[in-house]
Design a protein around this ligand. Structure first.
Ligand code: PLP
Length: 417
């Protein structure tokens, strides 16, 4: 698929730093779904990585006011003073953390902050420990920055979390960062405070190892799952912890491109230098909107959470009735990550063997017109990711279609492996 996005007659050679990289498969799938819909095919897209809500009214109003007040010019590179104070307010109110203005910054989405951090700290050969399954962009951002991603796999049995023993084994003299993402995309796993404490005890033994915590799904949790973030769990290690967050997922603001980070002043300064030579300040209007998101009424968060909780229930009620799909409901995020090992090797009605999760996902698109994302995209094959950031009715229809498509498969005569 990658070739589709590269010019075959390019005159300039493509830099080796993007060898093997392409537009994320998820974006490609979303594009394919749009094209199929435009052709009149009734596709249901369960690949969505974003809330389907509109940005709350008060936030939109703040943005409009900012435009009318002339907040349309360059701002301070790493965020306006009100933006920085709103970020500090958020960390204090939600996480009990105190940061100075020099210890926080805003950028164009959480992704920009992750990029800044790796560009600012990695040298060729430095390693970044990535518990998998994880958001695939982590791998590519680390590689663009010259680092080496080191995957540490979780499994359905470990609820897709890694253990302190696994972390200890992955650490080498080249390890610079371990990147934690709780609640997780794609697995929805949430590390409890004591689980984080156990991982951080291992980090403590290695003074050159830093922790990056991607908290973008902080507010999307279910049942009793409590949120914990490394800097709150071990304030004594905060001098080597970077926390990245964004208004994107929490406040249905993915298009506004506004993320933020908090950590030691020296690191934040280095990250600002990278930002100064790439995107520069995040949009002035988006900053004004984000100030309202972080400091204004917070009731949208619980409304969104209740909606996701209901859809999660609908999805798992249906999935539990489909033979060949193994799953436990996620504690957070809006994704179901399901194991499909027993379907691999089955044959489609026209005799095609489902040789891996990507072929299974393609079959579901063709036979059920449902877009799913193969687990191999997140570093864990034989799984699929299904988003429940879509309307209840669509989830129900998708489940019926998936059930019939899977029901039509012929079991393999012998195990594939
Ligand atoms: N981190 C994770 C785990 C994500 O899933 C995403 C988006 O899908 C991001 C970061 C990017 O967030 P933003 O849109 O704020 O750049």
């Amino acid at each position: 698929m990658q070739d589709l996005y590269r010019s075959s007659n390019a005159i300039l050679p493509i830099a080796s730093r993007i060898d093997g990289m392409g537009v994320s498969r998820i974006l490609q799938l979303a594009q394919l779904a749009r094209e199929m819909k435009a052709d009149g095919i009734p596709v249901i897209d369960l690949s969505a990585g974003q809330p389907d809500f509109d940005t709350p009214e008060n936030i939109r109003a703040a943005a409009k006011a900012a435009i009318d007040h002339g907040e349309t010019r360059y701002t301070s590179l790493d965020g306006t003073a009100p933006m920085k104070d709103a970020i500090r307010h958020k960390f204090k109110a939600d996480n009990g953390l105190d940061y100075k203005r020099t210890e926080v910054m805003a950028g164009a989405g959480a992704k920009q902050l992750l990029f800044n951090a790796f560009m600012a700290t990695l040298n060729e050969g430095d390693e970044v420990i990535l518990p998998t399954p994880c958001w695939l962009s982590y791998f590519d951002i680390v590689k663009v920055a010259g680092g080496t991603p080191v995957a540490v796999p979780g499994s359905l049995e470990s609820r897709y979390k890694i253990t302190p023993g696994q972390l200890r084994k992955a650490i080498t003299p080249q390890s610079r960062w371990v990147l934690l993402n709780s609640p997780s995309n794609p697995s929805g796993a949430v590390y409890a405070e004591n689980e984080l404490a156990a991982l951080l005890a291992v980090v403590e033994e290695h003074p050159n190892l830093w922790v990056m915590s991607d908290d973008v799904y902080e507010h999307i949790r279910f049942g009793n799952a409590a949120f914990a973030t490394p800097a709150s769990v071990r304030p004594d290690l905060a001098n080597r912890i970077l926390t990245v967050n964004a208004v994107s997922k929490a406040f249905a603001m993915t298009g506004w491109r506004l993320g933020y980070a908090a950590g030691p002043a020296g690191l934040i300064k280095s990250m600002s230098i990278i930002q100064s030579q790439s995107t520069s300040n995040p949009s002035s209007v988006s900053q004004a909107a984000a100030v309202e998101a972080l400091t204004g009424p917070q009731d949208f968060l619980s409304i969104a959470r209740e909606t996701y909780a209901r859809r999660r229930q609908v999805l798992f009620d249906g999935l539990s009735k489909i033979a060949g799909i193994e799953a436990t409901p996620p504690e957070g995020s809006f994704f179901a990550f399901v194991r499909v090992s027993s379907l691999i090797g089955n044959q489609t009605p026209d005799g095609k063997v489902l040789s891996d999760d990507a072929v299974l996902s393609a079959y579901l698109l063709e036979a059920a017109n449902v877009v799913t994302v193969p687990g191999s995209e997140f570093g864990l094959p034989e799984h699929l990711r299904l988003s429940f950031a879509v309307a209840d009715d669509e989830i129900k229809t998708a489940l019926n279609r998936i059930a019939s498509a899977i029901g039509a498969l012929n079991p393999s005569k012998e195990p594939v492996k």
